[in-house]
Design a protein around this ligand. Structure first.
Ligand SMILES: O=C(O)CCC(=O)C(=O)O
Length: 270
């Protein structure tokens, strides 16, 4: 079975900056991923005991030896919000990086026969957890990567996501504007959040998706989500791929992904 990107999907990715595939992971595979995500979160939180805590705009982050953990914003909260990277905490998340359901479409979106991991996050969106203000990923990466245009993302929805539990949202076509200005509101992270005066909220698309679905999106697509207004969690893995042979964002090593199609050769850069 092919998982390659169809012509229609590619057209949508190019014009809208995203496309979705519903219920790609189901049954035991999905249940296994959810359990793996919970184990990874528990291990990451445990590692914070020896980590370095700091605050940005009053929000707590902890750098462990090999990950950054963001906590929910209520003062004193011990509820993790985002873990990046996450695959090294759990073998089945590491194995997911090589899954052809992700790697095959990523070869098409990266535009290379061989791909590697750039970064991977676990977004936990716990019960009544916080939202993500509108932003693009490219501004976070522009100073660490010479091929930002070749860093497509795929979100793997682990739970059913809807308007109440804070589903992922995108601004259709926003990637075509390239790097958009930040908010310039004087906060520490404001420069990385998109100035909403520069986007047309009529183009907002809420991706209410069943668990196991995939949302592929461009590194320049403006995206975010509202807070979770329910007692249901809304977990998702967000994996970002790049051409093979390049180091990951947060670790000085290369994690090539999927079956190697070409004889191994040194990277020539892009
Ligand atoms: O999970 C979400 O709602 C938003 C995720 C996001 O913005 C990100 O991972 O960059």
């Amino acid at each position: 079975m092919t998982h390659a990107v169809s012509r229609q999907e590619l057209e949508q990715y190019r014009s809208d900056g995203f496309f979705v595939r519903q219920r790609v992971f189901v049954g035991a595979a999905l249940t296994g991923l959810c359990a793996a995500a919970d184990r990874a979160a528990a291990r990451a939180v445990a590692a914070c005991a020896d980590g370095r805590a700091y605050y940005l705009d009053g929000k707590r982050f902890v750098d462990t030896v090999d990950a950054t953990v963001q906590f929910e914003h209520t003062p004193g909260s011990e509820t993790p919000r985002v873990i990046e990277p996450v695959h090294h905490f759990e073998p089945s998340i590491d194995a997911l990086l090589d899954d052809e359901r992700l790697v095959q479409p990523m070869r098409d979106l990266v535009g290379c026969q061989e791909v590697a991991l750039w970064t991977d996050k676990l977004n936990l969106k716990s019960a009544y957890g916080s939202g993500f203000p509108w932003h693009q990923d490219a501004p976070y990466w522009i100073h660490s990567c010479a091929h930002v245009h070749a860093l497509p993302n795929v979100m793997v929805a682990l739970d059913d996501a809807d308007l109440v539990n804070g589903c992922f949202r995108v601004i259709r076509g926003s990637h075509r504007h390239g790097n958009l200005p930040g908010t310039d509101d004087g906060s520490q992270l404001g420069g990385l959040l998109t100035d909403i005066k520069r986007i047309d909220l009529r183009d907002e698309v809420a991706l209410a998706l069943p668990a196991g679905s995939l949302a592929f999106f461009d590194p320049y697509t403006v995206h975010g989500s509202q807070p979770n207004r329910s007692p249901r969690q809304r977990r998702a893995l967000v994996l970002t791929y790049q051409p093979a042979g390049h180091q990951m964002l947060k670790a000085p090593r290369v994690r090539n992904c999927g079956v190697q199609l070409l004889p191994s050769r040194p990277s020539t850069g892009l």
